[in-house]
Structures are given as C-alpha cells and as structure tokens.
Ligand binder design. Structure first.
Ligand SMILES: Cc1cc2nc3c(=O)[nH]c(=O)nc-3n(C[C@H](O)[C@H](O)[C@H](O)COP(=O)(O)OP(=O)(O)OC[C@H]3O[C@@H](n4cnc5c(N)ncnc54)[C@H](O)[C@@H]3O)c2cc1C
Length: 384
C-alpha cells in the first residue's frame, strides 16, 4: 500500500501496542487512521520475540488492575476479533529461595487476593511437590495462580491488524518514520522513508525504539532498550502438557512449555543498554547451566532454536501513557518486559484518551511522562 499523505491519527509501530490502538480507535468509528511499521511484517519487534506469558501476579495495584482488564480481553479475543490466540491457562509458579523474596511474595499474594485475584501462597515443600522434575531444595516459598498462562503473540497482533484493516485502517509496512514535524509546539506531520503524512495526532508505539521516535519530536522519553534472550528445546516427553510457567525468581530464570519441549530464558543482570538483537552465546551457556541445575533432564535435551529481543525499560518498570509537552504527540510505551499481556487494554486506553480526553477502563493517569520529573515513581517488584 502507498503511504497516505494525510491522516487524522498516525500510529508509529506495528507491535501489540500499535495494533491494539489502531483496532480500538477504528472500533470507536475513527476513519482516517494510518499505522506505520518499519519492518516487512507486523509484530517482529519485542512482541514477536516475547515469551508469550500472561499473568495477574504483579506487585503493584495498577499492574494487577491492567491485568484484570487485559487478560479477559484475551480470553474473549476469538469471540470479539475472530482469531484464535491459543490461551493456555497453565498457571505461573514463582519460586522464592531467599527470605526477602519470600516476604515480598506474601505481601504480593495479599494484595492480589484483596483485588480478587486468587493467587495461592505455597510452602517450599509444596513447591517441591508440584515440581517433581525440578531440583528446588532451596525453595522456601512459592506463589501459584491458575489463570496465568501463555498466549500466542503473533495471533494477537495479526488479529488486531486484520480487524483494524477491515474497519478501514491503512496499515503500511516497510516504511520507517524518520522525523516528526512540530510547529508552534504542535505536531504537524510525520516524515517517513516514503514521504510525509500530514496529521495533528501521533501515537508513539515504537516499543524499544520509542526513545528514538521521541527525540524526533524533541521529547525525552526515559526508555532504555535492554536485550533479553531465550532458547527452546526439542521435545521432552517427561514434561506434561499443562506444565506451569516456572520462575526461579532470584535468578530471573524461567521455564515454560513450548510445543512439545520447553522454552527457557534468563535475564542477564549485567546486560548493557543497546539495540543489538543478536544472541549472546556466552550468556546462553550461563543460562543453560543454571537451567540444568534446576532441571537435570535438560542435560539430555538439545536446543531447537534461540533468539533475543529488547525490553523497553523505564526507571520504575511501569509504562508511560498519554500526553507529552508536544501537543498531539502521545506515547504508549515502556512496558519493561511485561507489555504483551497489557497490549489489549493499553490500545483501548489510548483510544479513550484520544476520543474522550480521559482514561476510563483503568485510571492510568499516574503513569504519565511527567512522573519522572516530579518524582512520582511506582516501583514494580515482579520484573523477570
Ligand atoms: C525476550 C522477551 C521476552 C518477553 N516476554 C514477555 C512475556 O512473557 N509477557 C509479556 O507480557 N511481555 C513480554 N515481553 C515484553 C513485551 O514483548 C513488550 O513489552 C511488548 O511486546 C511491547 O510491545 P510494543 O508494541 O510496544 O513494541 P514492539 O512489539 O517492539 O513494537 C514496536 C514496533 O515499532 C516499530 N518501529 C520502531 N521504530 C519505528 C520507526 N521509526 N518507524 C516505523 N516503525 C518503527 C518496530 O519495528 C516494532 O515492530 C518480552 C520481551 C522480550 C524482549
């Protein structure tokens, strides 16, 4: 498709945030929406490289509220959008191996329960009983929530993009946004590798690249791209189909079923910010050794594939929604490693802000850009 020359709203980025925003705006009747993606396919940024985990288990009220709205949207996805997204409610089982994490787990479960999320607090023995394939002699506590699980990211993005296109959204791929024209403090146009699009409203949904897009408009966004990587194994017949998403919290080491094998990832705490999406083979060995320690059957497993992607990290591990000092330049980014699951509700929230001037599904007004300058940070503890 040719790049249109005018639009009521331009959305930059065809990942889950851009796709969901485009869909929800079109659903509210907006006609002239343009969605721009620099790659040949939608959803090949952070969204397509993510682990596909969805959970209610967070440590802040606002993240739990976002999950309480977003995950039911994923449950209803097929009904609403007509696309199966393969939601498997295998549960997340988080394991604590030190007293500090155990105390935080207890506090988190109380908070989640108070908001209606039925997470269970487990003893170390209960963790070991539930995970006979794993070696968790040092586990002192755990948490489990059955409705947490796995969803296919590509189906969510393509479901939203196709549904948006059917409602008239002009989605254009292989077009890179190269500049944002601002005049008198207001957005005037978006410049791209294929010409300019005149517009008054731009949504920056560029994920790990959102900071670069912010600079184009002269807006500083505190978004740091941070590489995270994972690998999958060939089939492991010992691992049952309903195996939970297990997180060894202190090591940021996680395991979940992928096809007939496992997907295993670990966050490198020494990773330095940057846009490199190549796999760090040295760190992969660290990950593999830690994984075999926890799950000895992996000694016999072989690697099926591996890849890396970028987290879009903010100083308080919460997203940034809404307005910026440039009139008409809006942001929906900074999800810090857990944005896929909040994509559905976030697109809806952006449509509310643009069309009604306020967020109504969840009040995320405290997650504004100004909070960093004003020192209103809200720290999320459950970051993997
Ligand atoms: C390894 C890994 C594991 C993860 N695991 C999970 C998980 O289990 N659960 C979970 O909920 N979240 C997870 N996340 C986080 C999640 O993937 C992200 O928070 C979410 O996908 C962000 O979506 P987005 O649409 O903002 O970004 P993206 O999906 O990156 O989309 C942004 C898009 O903007 C495009 N773009 C950028 N600049 C331009 C430009 N100048 N012009 C045009 N287009 C541009 C990019 O090409 C990209 O497609 C994980 C992330 C990684 C990297």
């Amino acid at each position: 498709m040719d790049t249109p020359t005018t639009a009521d709203i331009v959305i930059i980025g065809g990942g889950v945030m851009g796709a969901s925003t485009a869909y929800h705006l079109a659903q509210r009747g907006v006609k002239n929406i343009v969605l721009l993606e620099k790659e040949e396919f939608y959803g090949t940024g952070a969204t397509g490289r993510c682990a596909g985990g969805v959970r209610y288990q967070f440590s802040t009220e606002i993240n739990i509220e976002l999950s309480l709205k977003s995950l039911p949207m994923i449950e209803r996805f097929r009904e609403e959008i007509g696309q199966d997204v393969n939601y498997r409610q295998c549960g997340y089982l988080l394991v604590a191996t030190n007293e500090k994490d155990a105390a935080n787990f207890k506090h988190n479960v109380e908070l989640q329960n108070s908001l209606g999320v039925q997470t269970q607090l487990l003893s170390g023995d209960e963790v070991r009983r539930r995970l006979p394939l794993m070696r968790f002699d040092d586990a002192i506590a755990g948490t489990f929530h059955q409705k947490d699980g796995l969803v296919d990211p590509n189906s969510v993005v393509m479901g939203y993009v196709s549904a948006a296109q059917k409602m008239g959204v002009k989605a254009v791929n292989s077009v890179e946004v190269t500049g944002i024209r601002v005049s008198g403090g207001k957005v005037e146009a978006v410049e791209t590798s294929r010409g300019a699009v005149m517009t008054r409203t731009v949504v920056n949904a560029a994920g790990p690249w959102a900071g670069l897009v912010g600079q184009m408009a002269g807006v500083d966004l505190p978004i740091v791209p941070l590489r995270r990587q994972m690998f999958t194994t060939n089939p492991l017949r010992e691992v049952p189909e309903d195996y939970p998403f297990v997180i060894d919290f202190a090591q940021s080491l996680y395991f979940h079923r992928e096809g007939e094998g496992l997907l295993i990832g670990m966050s490198n705490q020494n990773e330095t910010p940057g846009f490199d999406q190549g796999v760090d083979e040295e760190f992969e060995l660290v990950n593999l050794e830690a994984a075999i320690e926890r799950m000895p059957i992996l000694e016999r497993a072989s690697r099926a594939s591996h890849w890396a992607g970028l987290y879009e990290v903010t100083p308080d591990a919460h997203p940034i929604y809404g307005k910026t000092p440039v009139d008409g330049f809006l942001v929906c980014t900074g999800f810090s490693g857990h944005g896929f699951m909040h994509g559905p509700v976030s697109g809806k929230l952006m449509s509310e802000l643009i069309l009604d001037g306020t967020f109504s599904t969840v009040d995320v007004s405290m997650l504004d850009l100004a909070r960093f300058e004003q020192g209103r940070l809200i720290k999320e503890y459950n970051v993997v």
